[in-house]
Ligand binder design. Structure first.
Ligand code: NAP
Length: 488
């Protein structure tokens, strides 16, 4: 489909109880293309009452969905996966239009994001408990698994498809119903995805979508409602902390996928070609706007200059442009605030003594573009080492030995992912034990996989998405003790 036909095909209202409805206020908001600033579409702007109506629908649909046969739930997930493949080009283009990522990367997100539907469809039929003889030999213990119940999902703008499917896939597989609130900046992909669930035969009310400019006011009454059983959030650590505080009121189960500050360690024995290839992926995938993006390149002093030279050559070759253009690998940042943040972090690093090797400024063209940047010799205390950059900036810090590398890598409140480059297996194993992150790439620059437990430690989050761990987030464990069946 061409751009305008595709945009017109996206439903522009709220999905509540199987009906596409306007916001009760009648209000709407505009969605923009960050590459041009142009308005793509306007969509319904939900009120807090609309949010509660969506929860009403999820609560009403919960009993029937929980008692739908696992095989039937699995079949719907599988059919939706197939529909996503059939509409892959449309979904990819929509993401590029509303978020800015290059089309090739948007296609990659379709493949990655849809896999959560297929993988968790396969898990739906494997939910099992256990039966045991009590140690005393008398009673019998039954452990059974049950869907948690209605869930509320809040997703960010940086991976509009995958952040939704990573939650919806396991929730539906487990038998939970859903209210999903996408980010104001990128609601179109989620709305389109909802149409594919409808075509796959998902019953009304199982997935409900509320788009809004008032994320706080719409979320608060949903989170405060005692009928809600689970909150899953992906976004910044600051917002995550507020949501955890709100969740405390009803002792709500939460999953939190929060910010990162990934260290990328290059030891003196690393294969530098492998490290540079992986660095390009770990840094520039999604224009640097990924929670898993390498934020701090910690490089052994003996190879720091060579690493800097090689990566700078590669970065110089990156092509900036609208994500729909052929050969573009760096699209726009999401908005002006993101450009201002990248500018501020680079200037602070340079003021504190780092060398600006390449880039460092906004690109002079319409849209919110920031030049791919390399800063080397970044000094301790620089803000770029503390904050998530969320932009195309390579920040390089030399280290002298393994202990210093570990100390620098762990010197952050975040703990999502780390990347380690070494040819020494024992050193790699030591890093698994010493680095305080929930995930690690050992000689690889991207770790995400639907079959693996994605998530962080420290202030990067609570819980895991993906893998066999992912479905547990949506299941309650119930223990029943029965009498000794042989007792009289
Ligand atoms: P954000 O500002 O925290 O927003 C995330 C979501 O929360 C959006 O839907 C947003 O809606 C909503 N939100 C904002 N304030 C809220 C409130 N008071 N109550 C309820 N919802 C609220 O983060 P972002 O800038 O969109 O995303 C970037 C962040 O996400 C980065 O920190 C990144 O590391 C993190 N992230 C983490 C993972 C992971 O798996 N660990 C994955 C991707 C991204 P509106 O935008 O419409 O206000």
């Amino acid at each position: 489909m061409d751009e305008s036909a595709l945009l017109q095909s996206v439903p522009d209202r709220l999905l509540i109880g199987g009906e596409w409805v306007e916001a009760s206020s009648g209000a709407r908001f505009e969605v923009h293309d960050p590459a041009t600033g142009a308005v793509l579409r306007s969509v319904a702007d939900a009120t807090p009452e609309d949010g509660v109506r969506a929860l009403d629908a999820a609560v009403a649909a919960q009993p029937a969905w929980a008692s739908t046969a696992p095989r039937a739930r699995a079949d719907i997930l599988r059919r939706t996966w197939q529909l996503v493949q059939d509409h892959a080009d449309d979904l990819a283009l929509l993401m590029t239009l509303e978020m800015g990522k290059p089309l090739a990367e948007a296609r990659g997100e379709v493949a990655y994001g849809s896999e959560f539907l297929r993988w968790f469809g396969e898990e739906a039929v494997r939910i099992a408990g256990r039966y045991a003889v009590a140690p005393e030999g008398t009673g019998r213990m039954i452990v059974s698994k049950h869907p948690v119940g209605p869930c509320y999902f809040i997703t960010p703008w940086n991976f509009p498809l995958a952040m939704a499917t990573r939650k919806i896939g396991p929730a539906l597989a487990a038998g939970c119903t859903v209210v999903l609130k996408p980010a104001e900046l990128t609601p179109l992909t989620t709305l389109y995805l909802a149409t594919l669930f409808e075509q796959a035969g998902l019953p009304a009310g199982v997935v409900n979508i509320v788009t809004t400019t008032a994320s706080g006011p719409v979320s608060e009454p949903i989170i405060a409602d005692p009928r809600l059983r689970k909150l899953s959030f992906t976004g910044s650590t600051g917002v995550g902390k507020r949501l955890i505080a709100q969740s405390a009121q009803n002792v709500l189960r939460t999953s939190m996928e929060l910010g990162g500050n990934a260290p990328f360690l290059v030891f003196e024995d690393a294969d530098l070609d492998t490290a540079v290839d992986a660095a390009m992926l770990a840094k520039f995938r999604n224009i640097g706007e990924a929670c898993t993006a390498a934020n701090r390149f910690l490089v052994h002093a003996s190879v720091a200059d060579e690493f800097t030279r090689r990566i700078t050559e590669r970065v110089r070759g990156l092509r900036i442009g609208r994500g729909t253009e052929e050969g573009v690998s760096i699209g726009p940042l999401i908005n002006d605030a993101a450009v201002a943040k990248a500018e501020r972090l680079v200037s602070d690093a340079v003021e504190r003594g780092a060398q600006l090797v390449l880039g460092g400024e906004r690109v002079d063209r319409p849209g919110t573009f920031f030049a791919p940047t390399v800063v080397a010799g970044v000094r301790a205390g620089s803000e770029i080492l503390r904050e998530e950059i969320f932009g195309p900036v390579v920040s390089i810090v030399p280290f002298e030995d393994e202990d210093e590398a570990v100390r620098l890598a762990n010197a952050t409140e975040y703990g999502l992912v780390s990347y380690v480059f070494t040819r020494d297996l024992a050193r790699g194993q030591r890093m698994i034990e010493r680095l305080e992150t929930g995930m690690m790439g050992l000689n690889v620059g991207v770790v995400s996989n639907a079959a693996a437990p994605f998530g962080g430690v420290k202030q990067s989050g609570i819980g895991r998405e993906g893998g066999i761990e992912g479905i547990e987030e949506y299941l309650e464990t119930k223990y029943t003790l029965t009498r000794d069946p042989f007792a009289r």
